[in-house]
Ligand binder design. Structure first.
Ligand code: ASP
Length: 456
């Protein structure tokens, strides 16, 4: 493990800051990662035990005592942790990106870093979707779901499915989606960026604003220099707040896991076993094979060491199901544990937390093909290519929050004529898959940052 080389820091990139509370510099992973892992295990096992000891009533209504414990203890614990992080995601995204861009020094360097990031993002996502589509066509998980099971799942999740479809119907045309990346009112975009209620491009629009701001600063370095220490001060303050949240992480994560496993429907898991297995196998292959090859071949790093160094980000992503909530941890491990240049990590990870989601792209591809198989919609090769391309693009447009990809899955379903309400079939297992795909998304961001770090 090494620190970012001092020579690599440039004016405008934040000064070195000791890792936030709970991490120990000098050892990959550190104590916090073990504590979070323990929280995951304790919460998960306690939830599974509670699930077995307090089963739902004969009419399927959840056990009253268990519902009370989840609503009043586990969920608030998890929410305190998540909200403390979400509270500072926007100032973090803004300051990290502005300082990252300003720290790159000149616009040509930014262009080089931006172009490489884009190329790696598209290449990684294309690999992940190719793996997903191949697996879905080989395993054909949709053929393992009977009509009776399909009806039962559809009934159970009909309400939630209708709500999601209604949200997705507000989706815009490609032209408007692209135009909306340029915010009319960045403050309004910031207000709705985390819950999808912003009028334009949401987090992407906030990032665009930060990018333009950073470019402008680097074009007039002398007159904008006084801003740099101010932005650095905000950035460091935010990291201290994240440190507070991370102290709570083991407890918060235990709460999140308990809430998930206490109501885990094993009947649903069994019904959707083939689908879940297909997604998980795809994610595993992408994680182990594609990332290892890229890390070894492009970034010149030892993959095993890299996974150990990023383990704190891995468990945080798994527990929170949110790339945005994992951004502070990802930034820290990328710099302090992997030793990437801070301005490269700031730029690539911040943009990547919303725009690079290979795990999500793979999941979207498999889900659309699975639902097409369930409904007997025979997708031609051309339509499958459409699904693949749209999944890559949808991965870029997905918000880095839990369940952020669902509206985009609905869009892809509709574009190839699969009934969008079918999304109800998979909602029962979505959180579990979300934890896994978010892990792949976050590690993908750090892997791309490592590749860009080596090649620029
Ligand atoms: N939860 C994912 C993330 O934050 C997005 C998704 O696939 O729903 O990366």
């Amino acid at each position: 493990m090494s620190d970012a080389p001092a020579s690599a820091r440039t004016e405008g990139s934040p000064e070195p800051e000791p890792p936030a509370a709970g991490t120990r510099r000098g050892r990959a992973g550190g104590a916090l990662h073990w504590q979070i892992l323990l929280g995951l295990l304790v919460g998960g096992i306690a939830g599974l035990l509670a699930n077995a000891l307090c089963p739902p009533g004969p009419d399927g209504t959840p056990h009253a005592g268990l519902t009370w414990a989840v609503n009043n203890v586990a969920t608030p614990l998890g929410q305190i942790f998540m909200r403390l992080i979400f509270m500072v995601v926007l100032p973090l995204v803004f300051t990290a990106l502005v300082l990252g861009v300003a720290g790159l020094g000149d616009v040509r360097q930014l262009g080089r870093v931006g172009l490489r990031t884009l190329i790696y993002t598209v290449a990684f996502s294309a690999c992940s979707v190719a793996i997903g589509v191949t697996l879905a066509n080989t395993v054909r998980p949709g053929l393992h779901l009977g009509a009776e099971q399909r009806r039962a799942l559809n009934e159970r999740y009909a309400g939630q499915a209708t709500e999601k479809v209604a949200q997705a119907h507000q989706a815009k045309s490609l032209r408007d989606a692209l135009l909306d990346v340029i915010p009319r009112n960045p403050v309004q975009e910031m207000v709705g960026a985390l819950d999808g209620s912003s009028p334009g491009g949401g987090m992407l629009a906030v990032m665009f604003f930060a990018l333009v701001f950073g470019v402008a600063m680097s074009l007039a370095p002398q007159r904008t220099a006084p801003l740099i220490p101010v932005l650095e001060a905000v950035y460091h303050t935010v990291l201290v707040v994240v440190g507070f949240a991370m102290r709570l992480a083991p407890l918060g994560v235990a709460g999140l896991m308990f809430a998930l496993t206490a109501f885990l429907g094993f009947d649903i898991l069994k019904m959707l076993g083939w689908y879940v297995l297909t997604v998980l196998c795809g994610l595993l292959v992408h994680f182990v094979v594609v990332y290892s090859v890229a890390l070894r071949g492009v970034a010149g790093l030892n993959p095993l060491r890299f996974f150990r160094q990023t383990s704190e980000a891995i468990v945080t992503a798994f527990a929170t199901s949110s790339s945005n909530a994992t951004l502070p941890t990802a930034l820290r491990v990328a710099e302090y544990n992997v030793g990437l240049r801070r301005e490269i990590a700031s730029f690539v990870l911040t943009v990547g937390s919303t725009a690079n989601q290979n795990g999500t792209a793979l999941y979207e591809g498999v889900t659309v093909l699975f639902l097409a198989q369930v409904f007997g919609v025979d997708l031609t090769l051309g339509q499958q290519v459409t699904v693949a391309v749209m999944s890559v693009l949808a991965g870029i447009g997905t918000a880095g929050v839990p369940g952020g990809s669902l509206p985009l899955v609905i869009m892809v379903l509709q574009s190839v004529g699969v009934p969008a309400e079918g999304i109800g079939i998979i909602l029962g297992v979505d959180r579990l898959l979300d934890m896994c795909r978010t892990t792949v998304n976050v590690v993908g961001d750090i892997a791309i940052a490592a590749c860009v770090n080596r090649s620029t």
